[in-house]
Design a protein around this ligand. Structure first.
Ligand code: SF4
Ligand code: SF4
Length: 668
């Protein structure tokens, strides 16, 4: 099935992920509640970032880890490719009939369970959630809560069928049934496979975090313990490894500690009798550490490898919230997974698994303990798709061709661009230029007219380029065509300079963040770029506002390009505060953690159902705090938040310029 069809289906069936969303909310709430109790969280995060910057791709550290592990009696195998990793692991379990396994993202990525089963070795997942997923045959939805989307009724039906007897839907009964079955397997297994949360290079120690106790039992199976891991898990010291594990626990569950943190540095042994070493006392005789590279040493972008697999980005991603594991692959879930696949040059796979579903909202970076900029990496992946001539979806192809040929994304004749301004008689030269941009010009002429009225109200007569105004390149930049985007921006800056402008004011946060991103163009032309909310906030002393109460309870929705991308959070709020007779209220997620409306980065043009579903979630956020009006400062947010409510909206959606203008009109 094509990704578009899969997305449509997932949006239609999104109720099936209600359990996942509830579980994610619980994690997020617990994390908030415990944030103060985590000792110096910000420093721990900064340190994690530093550690990853230092460790990922560090060959000396890898060599130290290998030699320390070997010194401790581990057998270390370096596997260059996924196929060689599978073959090597298969060789280690050859002739065995039963292997138990605990949770590991890398083994999911390598499809180890399936690969060994095909070779006649039964592999049993021992984590409760993973075992349920193994029996169900569906995808897991979170690295540490793989089955959290399934209801107890669904699990009861699944287990009843599996055991051939009724299993009640009481969670205790369900857990007990699986526990008893897994215990039997653990007792009979001849080898155990685990992952590693971190590896301490200096001490040659493997750190494994778990709650159920299953990982320790897999690691203690008498025969052999096979650790399947990758080089990005290596950090300099045991102390660093425990620090990584602590953040992983906190961000994946919201808890301060897991039930177990195991440190394994070699096979089980005793030397109690005459100091003679006897291996395999109560645990395995052998510990085999398989370090899988699979393209990691040659990644185009190191940043996705900083991931510690906590899944925090998934709990906040608007796309994942709607379509779940469809966004990504089983071993590479969500945007981070796709950015890693892209940087490993597995572009086709990344594209088919949703590389173009990401709205570039950037929330994942805010909630990531390692501050991984997945948005940026996704855009690099899209750029690589262009370099390798992977085709766009037909909609995105049309958008890019239209920007190239018509200077707007919708094949609108250039002559129609300036229609909104026909009665305004705007000058063509002057210091302050109003850049209306494509969406405002063609889709939201009212916002353009409002903006001009606002500027005039503070004594500014803005320059407007009319039908000569070009596209700024925002959309094509987000679709990865950085060359075309740059050419468009250069053309815009040439026009601005010729018009004698010193300041460019935009209505659209996408235009603002795009034009403002070219430091050299700004420097060479001596131009400053501002969003209208910034410009008006800078000139509040000239605004003659009379507060209004026509909008009921108002909340502000932060557009991603304005807020998270450019850090403009306060200016719109100050203007709203001045324009309203009573204070606006905040949604639970606001400011840097604001949820995306779902329209950005070409998602609305190619996956409208998904964009609308994300907007519906955002409207629900507003409803849940009792808001009657959402004010925002982006034409696309206005459109998507209105479109998703159809003809009978429960919450009005108003652009900031409209609110400000109504408060100024009152004054007059
Ligand atoms: S990208 Fe960041 S938030 Fe997402 S799983 Fe990795 S470490 Fe956690
Ligand atoms: S940028 Fe937004 S949509 Fe994209 S992966 Fe991150 S959270 Fe999800």
């Amino acid at each position: 099935m094509q990704i578009r069809e899969e997305v449509r289906k997932a949006v239609r069936e999104r109720d099936s992920l209600d359990g996942m969303r509830r579980a994610f909310e619980t994690i997020v709430e617990r994390r908030k509640a415990n944030a103060e109790r985590f000792h110096d969280l910000q420093s721990a995060k900064d340190r994690l970032r530093e550690l990853k910057e230092f460790s990922v791709g560090n060959d000396e550290l890898l060599a130290l880890a290998v030699s320390s592990l070997r010194e401790n009696g581990c057998r270390v195998i370096l596997a260059e490719t996924r196929n060689s990793a599978i073959d090597l692991i298969a060789r280690e379990v050859e002739g065995l009939s039963l292997v138990v396994k605990s949770k590991s993202n890398l083994t999911k990525e390598l499809h180890i369970t399936e690969a060994l089963s095909e070779r006649g070795v039964e592999v049993v997942e021992t984590d409760l959630g993973d075992r349920i997923i193994q029996l169900q045959g569906g995808p897991s939805v979170h690295p540490t809560g793989p089955a959290c989307h399934l209801t107890r009724e669904q699990i009861s039906a699944l287990l009843s069928e599996h055991f051939g007897r009724p299993v009640s839907d009481d969670p205790k009964e369900l857990t007990k049934a699986v526990k008893e079955e897994i215990s039997g397997y653990l007792n009979r297994a001849q080898a155990g496979i685990t992952g590693a949360n971190a590896i301490a290079a200096r001490e040659g120690a493997i750190v494994i975090v778990h709650n159920e106790g299953n990982a320790a039992r897999c690691a203690s199976v008498p025969g052999r313990h096979i650790v399947v891991t990758s080089s990005e898990k290596i950090v300099p010291s045991l102390r660093d490894a425990v620090d990584v594990a602590s953040l992983q626990i906190f961000y994946s569950t919201g808890k301060l500690a897991s039930a177990y943190i195991d440190v394994i540095s070699g096979p089980s042994y005793t030397a109690d009798i005459e100091k003679k070493i006897f291996r395999g006392m109560h645990g395995p005789e052998e510990v085999i550490v398989v370090i899988v590279d699979d393209g990691r040493r040659t990644v185009a972008d190191r940043e996705p490898l900083f991931c510690i697999g906590c899944g925090s980005c998934l709990t906040h991603c608007p796309v994942y919230s709607v379509v779940g594991p469809l966004f990504g692959t089983p071993g590479h879930p969500g945007g981070q997974g796709l950015s890693l696949l892209s940087s490993m040059d597995r572009l086709r796979e990344a594209k088919d698994a949703g590389l173009y579903l990401c709205t570039s909202c950037g929330e994942c970076k805010v909630v990531c303990p390692a501050a991984i900029d997945t948005r940026k990496s996704i855009l690099k992946g899209r750029q690589a798709c262009i370099d390798q001539k992977l085709e766009y979806s037909s909609e995105h192809g049309t958008v890019v061709a239209s920007v190239r040929n018509y200077d707007n994304p919708w094949q609108m004749p250039r002559a129609r661009r300036a229609r909104w301004s026909s009665a305004l008689r705007l000058p063509s030269r002057g210091e302050v230029i109003y850049f209306a941009g494509c969406s405002t010009s063609f889709l939201f002429p009212d916002i353009a007219r409002n903006t001009v009225s606002l500027l005039r109200s503070i004594g500014v007569e803005p320059v407007y380029l009319g039908h000569s105004e070009k596209c700024c390149g925002s959309t094509v930049r987000k679709l990865g065509d950085v060359e075309l985007a740059r050419a468009k921006a250069e053309s815009c800056f040439r026009d601005f300079a010729e018009a004698g402008a010193k300041v460019v004011v935009t209505s659209c946060p996408g235009c603002y963040s795009t034009l403002d991103s070219y430091d050299d163009l700004k420097r060479n032309s001596g131009l400053r770029v501002q969003h209208i909310s910034q410009y008006m906030a800078d000139h509040m002393d000239r605004l003659r506002i009379s507060p209004v109460d026509d909008y009921g309870r108002v909340t502000y929705h932060d557009p991603c390009d304005l807020g998270r991308e450019k850090g403009v959070f306060d200016e719109p709020r100050r203007l709203i505060e001045a324009a309203l007779s009573s204070s606006a209220i905040e949604m639970d997620r606001f400011g840097s953690e604001s949820a995306c409306c779902g329209a950005g980065s070409g998602v609305k043009s190619s996956f409208d159902e998904l964009a609308l579903a994300m907007a519906q979630e955002r409207v629900r956020h507003a409803e849940s705090v009792g808001a009657e009006t959402i004010v925002t400062a982006c034409p696309w947010c206005v459109k998507n938040l209105r479109d998703c409510q159809g003809t009978n909206p429960s919450v009005s959606v108003v652009d900031l310029t409209e609110l400000l203008l109504s408060s100024i009109a009152k004054e007059r």
